[in-house]
Design a protein around this ligand. Sequence first.
Ligand SMILES: O=P(O)(O)O[C@@H]1[C@@H](OP(=O)(O)O)[C@H](OP(=O)(O)O)[C@H](O)[C@H](OP(=O)(O)O)[C@H]1OP(=O)(O)O
Ligand SMILES: Nc1ncnc2c1ncn2[C@@H]1O[C@H](COP(=O)(O)OP(=O)(O)O)[C@@H](O)[C@H]1O
Length: 312
Amino acid sequence: MISRFPDLFKLRGVVSPRTHRFFSHPPPPPAPAMSDLRPPEHQVAGHRASANKLGPLVDGSGLFYKPLQAGDRGEHEVVFYEAFSAHAAVPPRIRDTFFPRFHGTRLLPTEAQPGEPHPHLVLDDLLAGLDAPSVADIKIGAITWPPGSPEPYVAKCLAKDRETTSVLLGFRVSGIRVVGTGGAVWRTERPEVKALDTAGVRRMLRRYVSSVPGEGADCALAAAVYGGEGGVLSQLRELKAWFEEQTLFHFYSASILLGYDANAVSATGGVEGGVRVKLVDFAHVAEGDGVIDHNFLGGLCSLIKFISDIVS
Ligand SMILES: O=P(O)(O)O[C@@H]1[C@@H](OP(=O)(O)O)[C@H](OP(=O)(O)O)[C@H](O)[C@H](OP(=O)(O)O)[C@H]1OP(=O)(O)O
Ligand SMILES: Nc1ncnc2c1ncn2[C@@H]1O[C@H](COP(=O)(O)OP(=O)(O)O)[C@@H](O)[C@H]1O
């Protein structure tokens, strides 16, 4: 195993990883047929599956299949999930509330590589069961590359962090999809989100909880989705409390994924079935080494402030 962060294996309480154990976890459900696999309709950011590109797949069974990325990145993400899933010091409530459950890895056929099955992480589909998912992907941290990254990669990330709001705000919006009244879907385009400034980020966070079509933002759902018991704010604060303590992992380039069912927002407040606040994308997680993840924590505090301003 070649890993940029070999010490991740040495974390206390971690089950030692064996690589290429693509069928090593609790008996996996039967492999889906290629005809059942499709790119997730609700994906808002990241690499997308197409005829010549690998990307995540779903099969409607409640599972999300993320292809292992090239180089050591894919294996690194597997190692993270194995370490995190088994780590004795991770509170079960944090693991279960804020992270997708990991079901091991699996070789799957893909359209991009016919005849050459590719290993995929098998995760819970975080949007499963939502009738009309409104989704936001927010990449946390002013710095998005882990220590020890090769210089060209650092330069590429630094350029993106500067061009976007990452450096300034400690987070950037990577993609949003909102289901409005009547089922109309509004979603961001890549060039648009990349060009967002502070005012643009504020606009997007308002748009996410608005029911009007197009660009408008009435924030009609802000109290239900962002505020209240179990809303986004209270969950982010719970997550923040853990980040104020945890020194196990540094979550470079990870995103917070928000999800709610636009058809389940109650007029009297709250969202039936709750609002989902989850972390995704762990290809660049580094060892915490006894130090707080101030990069993630700072971005999280900044996001909390933006959202609480909208609620109030
Ligand atoms: O592959 P690229 O150049 O399109 O960049 C990916 C980004 O797409 P972008 O072009 O910025 O919209 C992509 O950005 P989004 O998630 O789409 O915001 C990720 O940052 C991805 O990094 P990783 O999956 O965390 O390793 C980025 O991949 P790497 O830069 O890590 O290769
Ligand atoms: N477990 C999951 N369940 C549902 N959707 C997910 C899950 N993980 C990721 N996604 C969707 O896929 C997108 C990209 O995921 P990510 O892990 O960030 O991939 P990449 O490494 O290509 O950036 C996210 O923005 C989100 O829309």
